[in-house]
Design a protein around this ligand. Structure first.
Ligand SMILES: CC(C)(COP(=O)(O)OP(=O)(O)OC[C@H]1O[C@@H](n2cnc3c(N)ncnc32)[C@H](O)[C@@H]1OP(=O)(O)O)[C@@H](O)C(=O)NCCC(=O)NCCS
Length: 176
């Protein structure tokens, strides 16, 4: 990390509807995430703000995580999308956001995390492995949304890879 980077002001906070368009821009900008509609990000920022986070570096939107507590099992935090603008990658920003969000949600009673990752996404696998290490626990992987469940490439223009389910548990609440 350069001296300039170490002096940068990083703010992590729950998104508001005013951030919805930035969430969409950040997702679109990754070039690899399934970009949802702008409406979906507005809705997320309104109704799932407590389980989501946006990062600002020097006042600029730099990354986000969207998540929710599963209605059928509120002890599980499902992480839906993680995005960091390419200019801010490789300096621990995704880790900061994830650790901050997990602290917040475990303090409110969650003890388990789920997410899905494709086999080729090493950065995302490393991110959740780092979380498991920090919580002194294991990460497991199981098939979930296999490629055949997605619309065909003839319909969407591209093949969708298998999305494996990664589970990290138990998570420790801060100070426990
Ligand atoms: C995945 C992503 C969010 C990581 O953001 P980031 O801020 O660069 O990640 P961090 O710097 O916090 O690094 C987190 C971990 O991943 C590792 N990592 C980061 N980039 C990596 C890469 N390109 N290849 C392999 N490992 C990588 C880091 O070394 C770190 O692991 P460590 O603690 O064991 O050293 C970012 O690359 C991104 O937005 N990618 C496109 C969207 C995406 O794939 N999202 C995830 C699926 S929802």
């Amino acid at each position: 990390m350069s001296d300039q980077q170490s002096n940068e002001l990083i703010i992590l906070r729950s998104p508001t509807v005013a951030d919805g368009a930035d969430l969409w821009r950040l997702a679109e900008g990754t070039g690899v995430l399934d970009t949802n509609t702008p409406y979906a990000y507005l809705l997320w920022a309104r109704d799932f703000a407590e389980t989501s986070v946006i990062a600002e570096v020097e006042g600029e939107p730099a990354g986000f995580i969207t998540g929710f507590r599963k209605p059928s099992d509120p002890s599980t935090l499902f992480i839906w999308q993680v995005a960091v603008d390419s200019r801010f990658r490789g300096r621990g920003l995704a880790k900061k956001m994830l650790f901050d969000l997990v602290d917040r949600v475990t303090a409110a009673g969650a003890s388990r995390l789920e997410t899905t990752i494709t086999m080729d996404n090493e950065a995302s696998q490393a991110l959740f492995a780092a979380l498991a290490r920090a919580h002194g626990t294991e990460m497991s992987r199981n098939p979930l949304f296999t490629a055949d469940l997605f619309p065909s490439s003839g319909e969407t223009g591209e093949e969708h890879a298998d999305e494996d389910l990664y589970t990290v548990e138990p998570l420790q609440a801060p100070g426990s």
